[in-house]
Design a binder for this molecule. Structure first.
Ligand code: CTP
Ligand code: MG
Length: 229
């Protein structure tokens, strides 16, 4: 089974207050994207990886990748307005003979290798899989005026992470239908499920958090300085 990596990295980090692409934010001496990619190097998934980027920053991304991974070929593809548009562009750029695509946010630099393996194995077995963790917090559903309207049963709730891994035909079809029906999601597994596909949940780790707000960036730096990852 030919497996290819797709990294959505085209976001501009509005919630982080980033001055440029979030993926290029410094994490203790190297861009976040470099640390994220390194997690996949032992699996042989770096050569030919597709990375979606903000088109205006192509030369910055090219330089960062060439200096961190000399001689490794990457496919840099312009992202779109939303993450889903970026992933869709990336899916179009996969090699014709790719069977399995591993989609992982540039903004999750501490993914465990075991989670990547588990996600790939589950996608081969079931067609689609996502890494996720059971919710520890009780989740509150609010009305528009910030009053509590519903408290879903925590025992069946999971917090979504990436990698999300798919048979290429499965995720391409799900994206196609989402585009046609103008359905937008912040993840890809949801697109598969809404057209009836099975999606296996694979247990991840709390360290695989997404760097979203300034506090997450501070935490990420502590993780590195503390030698936790
Ligand atoms: N992403 C992307 N294309 C977009 C938006 C997001 O490829 N148009 C990527 C980001 O680079 C990130 C991942 O999708 O790796 C998850 O997105 P998010 O954490 O929301 O990042 P940003 O969109 O950059 O952050 P914000 O929403 O705060 O602006
Ligand atoms: Mg975003």
């Amino acid at each position: 089974m030919k497996t290819q990596l797709l990294i959505p990295a085209a976001g501009m980090g509005q919630r982080l207050g980033a001055q440029g692409p979030k993926a290029l934010t410094d994490l203790c001496g190297e861009p976040m994207l470099v640390r994220t990619l390194r997690a996949f190097s032992g699996l042989g998934l770096l050569p030919g990886a597709v990375v979606t980027i903000p088109g205006a920053y192509a030369s910055e991304f090219r330089n960062v990748l060439a200096s961190a991974f000399p001689g490794t070929p990457f496919s840099l593809i312009d992202g779109g307005a939303e993450r889903q548009d970026s992933v869709e562009n990336g899916l179009h750029a996969l090699d014709a003979d790719t069977d399995i695509v591993v989609i992982h946010d540039a903004a999750r630099p501490f993914v465990a290798v075991a989670s990547i393996h588990a996600s790939i194995d589950a996608a081969i077995a079931y067609g689609a899989a996502t890494v996720a963790i059971p919710c520890n917090d009780t989740i509150l559903e609010a009305e528009s005026d910030d009053f509590l309207c519903n408290t879903p049963d925590r025992s069946i709730l999971w917090a979504c992470q990436t990698p999300q891994t798919f048979r290429v035909d499965v995720i391409r079809k799900a994206h196609e239908i989402a585009r046609r029906e103008e359905f937008v999601s912040t993840d890809d597994a949801t697109l598969v499920r809404r057209v009836g596909g099975a999606v296996k949940l694979v247990r991840g780790t709390p360290l695989n958090f997404k760097v979203t707000a300034p506090g997450d960036l501070a935490l990420a730096r502590c993780v590195i300085e503390g030698g936790l990852a």
